[in-house]
Ligand binder design. Sequence first.
Ligand SMILES: [Zn+2]
Length: 222
Amino acid sequence: MKYWIIFLLIPVYVSAQNKYGLTTMKLEEYKLSVQTNPDNELVNLAEFIPGIVLEIGYATPNNFTGKKIYTLARAYARKPVAEALKKIQADLQKQGLALKIFDGYRPYSATVLFYETYHDTTYVASPYKGSRHNRGCALDLTLIDSNTGKELPMPTEWDSFKKEAWPTTPVADPVIRKNRKTLIDAMEKHGFKVNASEWWHFDFVGWQKFAVMDIDFEELEM
Ligand SMILES: [Zn+2]
């Protein structure tokens, strides 16, 4: 009798967790979570924030994997994150600047793919924990001139694995130094924290309240 119970429990346990031991939220559960707490909504940033520009690196082969990861070029973030970004964009617009987004919410399956491609968790999130991007609480972004649409010079390209990408690495060029500071100050004023090894990556303070999700963009738009 005892053995039968064990036999019946194993499949239930396996289906609730993935191979890295993490339980991720799927579409139906996400919809229910939005009903209980509207802050859980993943907001489409291009629709929500006037003048925001998207250049979604993972929707093209121009990223460290060399592969197109997303089939749609979209940027989503949880509602309070999107609201903070809207304020940042408004602040920047007063200075003739605007935000350009490289990545927002990222389905957990993409994090697994990055890890299995690269393995170094200094630059890619561990699939055992998931990324803050998977929680809809992280953004990869830079500044553009709102008149020309051109990116402001920064220490490295987005997604660079160089030490120059660390926000603490000294920068000789005063213009680049100022641009990096303008971006970090603008983001940190409204509740974000810059990542220690990527000047373009910002986590929303309070990200722990939001679940790791594995829902792709097509599902969100259904
Ligand atoms: Zn990032």
